[in-house]
Design a protein around this ligand. Structure first.
Ligand code: FAD
Ligand code: NAD
Length: 490
């Protein structure tokens, strides 16, 4: 139907419906209701397509809303309040007596936040007249999906187009059996019944550092065991080093260049074995261990074999072309289950993209400008090329930085850790990358994304009025520093 008017497909569907009354017939079936799937469904419905969504679990929203972005941010916010109350309130002139952590209430509030968000998606499905099916979706053929409910009851639905948005699951290491009690994944870490005394985090990536931060703020000792020689390794090295310093001040211990080979539960403890850069074996004992070594595309039970789709050997992702269509015409795949960053906002963009492609439009996604954020404190946010990438590609660039300790706003809020770094083309001054570690970096990065989408020069940002006092002035100052080394407050 790609490139054809919707009306034609609707007529076609009506025809098929009369011929095969036992199948409910749609223009589009979306399998999976995470940020990729539910956004795709909404956009399809907005474009006039008769849309169905199939979700295996009893709530909508996928990993992101149920066990990912939203619950982790809820706990990050709660733990940050506690940390500030215990560490900075006195300096602000606020004295509190009898401060203590009520973890059960923290988890309960997090659950309420999740419930509000997931029921919000159910409301959006209804509002957009999207037909919902709860059950596992599996291909019978390229146009027919069998939905099997928990009790085994099955029904078939058909569509001209199917969008696979089945997301990802935590990567399992064969030598690290997760028992979900002492050796856990991010999912269990969102529901602990006690604050660990010593939490061992395997993997110095986003999940490990965010969830490690939650429990560090609540008083746990955290040891991060990371295979590479730096944390958040895909981001600009400056951010990695700065974040490591900040987290060390929070009580994190880092064992970098350590390859984990084993974890064993011993009573109420876990012993993790790793080999260091010299090849020596190191044992670390804690009461909990989170395995956060990445996520793997999830396609189990989808029946891809019935339509001849083979997943990639490494990572299990579904191969797609530049238009996110699989090798089977009319079957698309988006989000974590396909190539690219495993991020909710990337999945959402792809959901909109595919819906518009199916409707015959010519949408576009700028994959170079998908921001990455780590919700530690200070927050870390980044868009565009890293300095390491520019060096590797031998691009002539200039760099300007501005530290938050020189920002009046940051001093006022006692958030002086971190900096903004702007990388610009040496010849044209076009901004090539922006890397921020500091207060509200997650929100600040939006300005950089807009600037880069419009191909702004560093000087453009330096000449734009930024409200005072705000953290965003640090971006302007870093841009000025990159332009002609003429930051005003440094
Ligand atoms: P998912 O959200 O994984 O949704 C897939 C859905 O498909 C699931 O509901 C699943 O049940 C369903 N499904 C699977 N198979 C079938 C089937 N056969 N039939 C029916 N339904 C099926 N990203 C960010 O951008 N920002 C963050 O702050 C962030 N924080 C995170 C924190 C944690 C702890 C984790 C684990 C992840 C986080 N992520 C974050 C990543 C983000 O959650 C994912 O990138 C995003 O959810 C991917 O969306 P998706 O729609 O591709 O898949
Ligand atoms: P990650 O890829 O960010 O980090 C995993 C880390 O584990 C890597 O640094 C890797 O070198 C290390 N590692 C792998 N094997 C190891 C071993 N045997 N021993 C020691 N270290 C090992 O993965 P993650 O933190 O699990 O997150 C998964 C995905 O979820 C990411 O792709 C991320 O994009 C997404 N996510 C995003 C956010 C966010 O946007 N704020 C938050 C959470 C998760």
């Amino acid at each position: 139907m790609q490139g054809e008017p919707i009306t034609r497909s609707l007529t076609l569907n009506l025809y098929i419906y009369h011929k095969q009354p036992q199948h409910m017939q749609f223009d589009v079936i979306v399998i999976g209701s995470g940020p990729g799937g539910y956004v795709a469904a909404i956009r399809c419905a907005q474009l006039g397509m008769k849309t169905a969504i199939v979700e295996k679990y009893n709530t909508f929203g996928g990993t992101c809303l149920n066990v990912g972005c939203i619950p982790s941010k809820a706990l990050l916010d709660s733990s940050e309040h506690y940390y500030n109350a215990s560490h900075t309130f006195a300096t602000h002139g606020i004295d509190i007596k009898g401060l203590k952590v009520n973890l059960a209430q923290m988890i309960k509030r997090k659950d309420q936040v999740v419930q509000e968000n997931t029921s919000g998606i159910a409301y959006l499905m209804k509002k957009n007249k999207i037909t919902t099916f709860l059950g596992t979706g599996s291909f019978k053929d390229k146009n027919t999906v069998v939905v099997t409910k928990e009790d085994g009851a099955a029904e078939e639905i058909s569509a001209t187009n199917v969008i696979i948005a089945t997301g990802s699951k935590p990567t399992a290491l064969p030598f690290l059996p997760v028992d979900k009690k002492r050796i856990i994944t991010s999912t269990e870490a969102l529901n602990l019944s006690e604050v660990p005394k010593h939490l061992i985090v395997i993997g110095g990536g986003v999940i490990g550092l965010e969830l490690g931060s939650v429990y560090a703020r609540l008083g746990a000792k955290i040891t991060v065991v990371e295979f590479l020689d730096g944390i958040i390794a895909t981001m600009d090295r400056t951010l990695s080093k700065e974040l490591q310093k900040s987290l060390a001040r929070l009580g994190f211990d880092f064992k970098l260049s350590h390859k984990v080979s084993k974890a064993e539960v011993k009573g109420k403890n876990v012993v993790v074995t790793a080999s260091n850069a010299k090849g020596e074996e190191v044992e670390i004992e804690g009461d909990y261990c989170i395995v956060a070594v990445g996520r793997t595309a999830y396609t189990q039970g989808l029946g891809l074999e019935n339509i001849g789709i083979k997943t990639e050997e490494r990572g299990g992702k579904i191969p797609v072309n530049d238009h996110l269509e699989t090798e089977v015409k009319g079957v698309y795949a988006i989000g974590d289950v396909v190539k690219g960053a495993m991020l909710a906002h990337k999945a959402e963009e792809e959901g909109v993209y595919v819906a518009e492609r199916i409707a015959g439009q010519k949408p576009h996604i700028n994959y170079n400008l998908i921001p990455g954020v780590v919700y530690t404190w200070p927050e870390v946010a980044s868009v565009g090329a890293t300095e390491e990438q520019l060096k590797e590609s031998k691009k002539a660039y200039k760099s300007g930085s501005f530290p938050f300790k020189a920002s009046g706003r940051a001093r006022a809020s006692m958030d002086t850790d971190g900096l903004v770094k702007v990388l610009a083309d040496k010849e044209t001054d076009e901004i090539l990358g922006v890397h921020i570690i500091g207060p509200r970096a997650a929100d600040m990065i939006a300005e950089a994304v807009v600037a880069m989408e419009f191909r702004a020069a560093a000087e453009d940002i330096g000449r734009i009025c930024h409200a005072h006092p705000t953290y965003t002035e640090a971006f302007k100052e870093a841009a000025l520093a990159a332009t002609e080394n003429r930051a005003l407050h440094m």
